[in-house]
Write a protein that binds this ligand. Sequence first.
Ligand SMILES: *Cc1c(COP(=O)(O)O)cnc(C)c1O
Length: 383
Amino acid sequence: MMDIIRVEGTNRRLRALEPQIINLVSEVIASGKYLLGPRVDTLEKTIGQSWGVSALASSSGTASLQIALMAANVKAGDEVIVPALTFASTAFAVQAVGATPVFVDVDPYTLNLDPQAAHAAIRDNTAAIIPVHLHGQMADMQPLMELASKYNLTIIEDCAQAHGATYHGKYAGSMGNFGCFSFYAGKNIGGLEDAGLVTFSDSTVEQRIRRLRDLGRTTERYVHQEWGLRARMGEFTAAVILEELKYLEDWNQRRREIAARYDAAFANLPIKTPTVALGCGHVYYKYTIRMPSALEREKLQRHLAKMGVETERIYPTLVSDQPAYTNGTPHRVEDLYVAKEAVEQLLCLPMFPELGEHEIDRVINAVQQYYSYVAYSCLLTSC
Ligand SMILES: *Cc1c(COP(=O)(O)O)cnc(C)c1O
């Protein structure tokens, strides 16, 4: 039986850390503090120092986006620009504060929010833009920041896929008014449960974020200053993420090495490998290739499955085409030429730091073999 090479490696990562994780369970139980305690504090300080920004933990990436939108006072009647090619949470958070998501097209090379398309989508009631750093590469922040200052908009970076990614030397989460991270297990770092983090540079929003994540409270247990979410991070989760944080740079480096091997091996094949924009430090949350057509993607995906290589389509549908929006839920859609085409063509290959050299070879050989078959059948039919 041939081993299947999985497309992501969460289980391998957590199994390798199992002895440490089990110790952490005991430590946290012994400490007597289970939520928003000293481990959460340390995590916030460590991340803040590494990425040059202030940070407060929360219960998920989705909750972080909602907290940021609330802290920015985005409300019913406002519009918020989001890329159409993203995870549903980016738009759902907008919904959650009563505002309207506006789905905008992406750049054909990086697949991140297209600043020109974002510009064209701005109206009088536009309150914020949420650029998503898709697949591990930061969106083109400079023109977006210029739009924000010209039209007085809040920028909330969706950093759920970009732990440690950089843009001209600046870390994801340190450029916009807010940055929102997820520590769901499948991300570049993540524990065993849902967890997240909000980053911000303006210290005047700190108290507000503390309140919003904890039912509107700060220090007094039964004093609720305002309506807030139940979105605390647990001490155990913080301890696991702190442990993983020690390896993040190495893991991201390994992801880049694997990407470089794939890039080189596929350079002469008719598939588009990920484009890294000038000045961007990619952290390859996903290694996503783009096939010439939906049919070609289907054929390659089936071939790879036969060869024991798992792949995935991220995302199989644009958020604006999800039942959650086609059912009449208020939203607005701009022209989505690039996103509509890309969504039919993208395919993620196995990408995680624990991939062994022989596994990388197997993925590469399987892709190359597909093209030698194609070339051979073309010769036979002289196409
Ligand atoms: C994972 C993800 C989220 C949501 O994070 P959760 O922790 O799962 O709530 C939001 N945006 C993007 C782009 C994501 O990939």
